[in-house]
Every structure is written in C-alpha cells, then in structure tokens.
Design a protein around this ligand. Sequence first.
Ligand SMILES: Nc1ncnc2c1ncn2[C@@H]1O[C@H](COP(=O)(O)OP(=O)(O)OP(=O)(O)O)[C@@H](O)[C@H]1O
Length: 744
Amino acid sequence: MTAVHDHDDTNHEAEVIPLPVRATAERLGDDPANDEPIEGELVPDTTSRALARIKRGPVIPPALAGKAKRAAEVALPAGAQAVKFTGRHLYYVGGGAWDTLASGYGRWTGRDIDARIAAAQAAGDHGVAAQLSAQRNESRRLFLERIKVFGQLMMQAPKFIAATGLLTTAITLIVSIAAWATPGGMGFADVWSALINALVGGFDFVVWAASWAPWAGIALLVGLLIKGYNHRRRRQDVPAFLATPGTGSTEVEITPSVVVSALQRSGIPALRRAIDRMDEHQRAAMLSPIKLAGCGVEVDVTLPSSGDTTVTTEQVRAKRQAVAEGLGRHEHEVFITKAPAARTVRLWVADSGALDEPIGPSPLVNDGFDAADIFSGRAPWGVTLRGDAFLLKLWQCHLLITGLSNQGKTVALRSLLLWLLLDPSVEVHLADLKGVGDYNMLKPLVSTYIAGPTDEHVADATDMVEWAGEEMNRRITEIEANADRYPNGVTSELSRDPHSGFHPIVLVVDEAQVAYECTAKDEQGIPYGGAKANSRFFNAVRKIQNQGRAVNVTFWQGTQDPTNENLPIRARNGAHIRASLVVATESQSRMGMGDAAVDAGGAAPHELRQGLDKGVLVVKDASNTIETVRTHFIDGNAAEIIAERARQARHHIRTRVKETEQRDLLADVAEVLADDGKVKATDVVARLRTLAPNYRPYEQLNADKLKAQLDAEGAQVTKAGVLMVYAERVHQALAEREGGNDAE
Ligand SMILES: Nc1ncnc2c1ncn2[C@@H]1O[C@H](COP(=O)(O)OP(=O)(O)OP(=O)(O)O)[C@@H](O)[C@H]1O
C-alpha cells in the first residue's frame, strides 16, 4: 500500500518509497508489471537514494523483504529511533516479567514438564518422554510429601510452642529459685526480668528485620525482572516493528507444534481443515521424529488423506514460501522433497543463516591430495545440505551440467576435471567453447585443448568428438572380434592397463550450447550445429552417449541457460549424471535434470537464488540419488596448484595438444603476395592453403569469400577481368591497422 504525503519542493527531507516485492515464481522472471508496492515509509532523502538503489537492483525475493524494510529503518529520524528504542526495552521488561511469572507458575503447577513431555511424545522421543514422566511423578510425590510434612508441622506447632513455653518457664523458675537461694547472686525477680528483656530484645530484632522486608522483596523482584529482561534482550524477542534494525527478531526453534502450525497456515485449505479437526495426538502422529541433519533439521510429514480430504505432496511443495515463513525461515532455507513413504513430504529446515555461511575448502587443495582413481574413487565436489561430504562416482558416466550464466558452472566442471586428471590413466580431450582462459592450467594435461567461441572452434570440437566416436568403434570392433579374450568386456583391470587400448577417454565440452547452436556448415554443406539427423556435433555426441560407456569413452558437457535449441532433448537425456545450478524456470529444471528427477525426486534448481547460490548444484547421480550440493570453490590459483600436482603424476604421459590456430588473414595475404604488385584472388587462395595447409578457414576459402574478408579489412579486391588482390592496398590496410593499434 503506498501512502501519499504532501511533498514540499523546498524541503527534500522526505519522500515515499514503495518497496517492490514479487512472487517467487517471478523472481527470476521478467514481468515487471507485477511489482506490487507493499508499504510506504517516510524516510529522509539519503535513505530514499539508498532505497532507490534497492529498487533498481535485483528484485527482492519475498523472503528477504523484511531485510529491505529494516534497511529503511536504519535511517529513521532520531526521535522515532528513540521512541522505538524505549518501546523495545519496555517490551523486554514487560515480556521478561511475564516470562518469569509464567515459568514460576509452570514450575509450580508442573505445566512446563507436561509441555516437554508432549513435545517429546510428538517427536517420537519416547525414551525422553518416559524419563520426563518419571521425573514429573517424582516431583509430584516430593511435593505432596513436603505438604504432608508441613501440615504435620503445623499441627504440631501449638503443642511445640506450648511445650517450649512451659519448658522455658520451668527452667526460668528453677534458675530464679536457685538465684534466690544463692546469697550474693541475682535475685528471684532479676532472672525473670532478664528473660523478659531477652524476649523484648528478640521481638525488637524481628520488628527491625521486618522493616527491611519490603526492600528485600523489592530487590528480589528487581533481580527477577533483570533476569527476564536480559533473557528477552539476548534473544531480541520483540515484535518486528520494534526490532533492532538489521537483526532478525527471533530464531524460531523447529518443534513439532511449529511444524504443524506452519503447515496449517500454509494456505492449503484442505490441510488446514484436516489439522483443525485433529486432536493433539493425531497432529503429533503426522510427524516423524525431528532429526538433526547437517546445519538444519529434517522431518517427514505424512499428509492427511481421508474422505473428502486429500493433500498431495505437490500442493505442499507449491507452498514452500508460506511453509518457510511459518517456520521462521527464508524460503531458500527450507527444502521440501518427497519422502520414500507414500503421501509423505520431507522437510529439511536450515538453521537460520546457516546456508549463507561459507563451506570449507575442497579436499583437493590439500597438499597430500596428489592421486585419484577413476575406477574405485569418487570426486569430492562439495557438501550436501545435511553437511555430509558429497563425492561423485565418475567412472563410465556421461555428465551434464547446466545453469544460468555466471553461477559457477565452469568452476564446478573444472573441479571435477582436476580430480580426474590426478588419475594418470585417464585421457582427457577438452573443448572450452567460451575460451577466456578458465582451463588454461589444464592445457599441459589434456590430449586436445580447444579454446574459443568461433565456428572454427566448433568445427574442431566436432572433429574431437567424432575422433572419439571412431576410437569407440575401434574398441567395440576389437571386443566383438576377440570375445574369447574379453569375456567380461572392458574390466577395470583392462582399463588400468595403458597398453590395452581400453584406458578411459573423457571428452569435455564446456559451453556446448555454442556447438548445438552453430549455424556453420562444412565443405560438404553439412551443418555442425542443430539436432537434425545430419547435424555433426549432435550426432557425434549421441553416438558416444549411446555406446561409449561400455568401452570407456565418456562425454561431459556444460551448457548455459538450457533451451530445447541449445541443449537437444536426446543430448541431455543421454547423461547419467545431471547437475543444475540455478535456472530460471521449472521447465528449465526439467531440461537440466529430467522430468523424473523433478516430479518424483523433487529436484528444483529453479528454486535456488540467482547470484546468491553460486556453486550450489542440484545433482542426480548415476544411481538416481538427488542431492542439493554446495560445491567447493576452487579458484584459478588453487586450480593451478592442483594442475601442477596432476602434471607431476602424469609426467610420463605424452599428450597431444591441439590448439585451434588463429591466423591473421591480412598479414598472411601480404606474405603470400611477396613482391607481386597484384595477384588473382584464386591464386592468393591457393597460396594461402600452401602457407597454412591444415588451417580450416583457408580450406573453406574461395575468391568471393576472400574478397568479402579483405574488403572488410579495408583492402578492396576489385575486378580486372577476374578478381584481383592488390599488394599496395593490403599493405596500406595493414599500416592503417597498425596505426590504429598504436593510437590506442
Ligand atoms: N562454488 C562456488 N562458491 C562460491 N562462488 C562461486 C562458486 N563457483 C563459482 N563461484 C563464483 O561464480 C563466478 C562465476 O563462476 P563460473 O565462471 O564458473 O560461472 P559460469 O556459470 O561458468 O559462467 P558462464 O556460463 O557465464 O561462463 C566465479 O567467478 C565465482 O566468483
């Protein structure tokens, strides 16, 4: 709701800033029409600028809207801050007093222990519940015992007083008679008056002591109030409107009643009605024990299904934000998946803020980590949400990593590759179709290294995959022809033997979308890109995905922002391991992870936060286990160090580095013209092919293409009967380019 205030042009101290909040499904979408202002606040000009930045910046996820509000409060006027400060501390005092009273009453009546027993029973901790029950019964017994003793004491008190009085009187009488009978001592009356003086003195003392009682009572009360106040203050336990800016008002503890209440208020009418109708025991029976799971807790919830009420797991998953808010968490801190039991959802709830804490470094960066084994080992990739190390088995697996741009795909792919290269038996062929140097440190380790985004790079990457296809066919033929020698196909022993011809070959293409989308054609007019029957890259990939695994030829690909065009359906379905960083929509999650992973496994990379969850992957491994993994970040420097270790491990391995050549056409033409003033374009093309025999762009060149390219460089090719290249123009274009470069 936007408040409207009169705005005085001469006074720019305040303006109204609506804070935009979008629905979750839109937070990565592009529908600005749905920006709904939620609140207007009167803020000073400085804040308005700060808020304008918030407004222009990335859309604020609903779960973080509170943060935006708090940001506005930081700059409240001093008076308002003072009022808020006073209100907050008065609230601590009042709330603390109430807490003290309530806990005293609870302890007195045994309600506190009853509540703990109910919670333990609901959580299924029957041992704890039994222990607490025994403790409660014992306290009650002791309490009754004490009352009984006290009652008996009270009954005895008059007799005791009378007996004490009589005894005192008797003793005083004897002492006074003795005093009277003793010459020169105290008189009879003196003894009695001494007794009376002692009694009066005692009474005066009691009166004096009683006069201090109110002060002692006040001191006790103040002590209790301070205790309650401190308790509340430490927990920042105040309503949000009084909370200190920049702090959460309170961390909600995940108890059975909190979970049930979050579900009840999640906005699913059937679920609310069903829970409303349940008694305490039925509600508790919905939940499994709440277990600690990494930096959070995990609980399974059996959804009600009877008569007219059926609540599906999908319905609950669709209400993730509402459930998270009911649990006192941000949306990204709650993961809702299907549990193995029917009609059961599994909630994993992070400790507040725990997911924003960094995870430790990769084990790969440890000095001692200098060997890997693709057959029996597993690559350390990160930690699961439960805090367990996540290790990936890579032997004979095709792999796919997708995600939006700049979310950590290359870093994640590279860290798997670094591990792989620590096994010297693996031959890696790498094509990085972005080519900005992310894989430079791997160049001495791989057998093919292609780095760059042009059509020529795609052509080279295609050659690389096709070559691997031929090697795969050779292996298959060899096995078929020698069935008696290879009764068990390619075993790990065979793979480990470098002379067997069956060692592991892994092809890696990062930014594979560049290849799938490439529109270039080869000399025969066959397209490199696309997903048609004759698309070269796609077909080479498919062949390896279909048959390569069994003969140790596998294909890994990384692609950005998947669509059906840049990641053909059959190319993605051929991967055994599928991993996705944040994507924009559920349909992209389906492309990256597959329908089954999304529907049955609850994989939801579209629910990750773009920009904030960099390096967080939803992974489906070869055994169809789905995990959300926070991958270790291995930066360029650490990667260099690990690569050096890999280099030492494979120093005896000879690698063929194939780099895509980038030649300078103008300089080459100048060279082949030599001293000639002008040469036919067709002859220049022939000379260029002689100069660089295997350079693909020259293989595909003809006179017309040469004209187009030289014209673009400023060295006009004109017709004198036939197309002619003039040396003077070429040199002039070169000089101009040099001049331009110098000027820069
Ligand atoms: N595991 C991680 N933890 C934290 N931050 C990470 C992690 N991985 C990557 N990042 C951050 O994300 C940035 C981008 O990573 P990377 O280059 O791998 O993205 P990308 O998805 O490959 O991008 P593009 O597709 O545009 O090439 C890194 O520079 C780094 O700051």
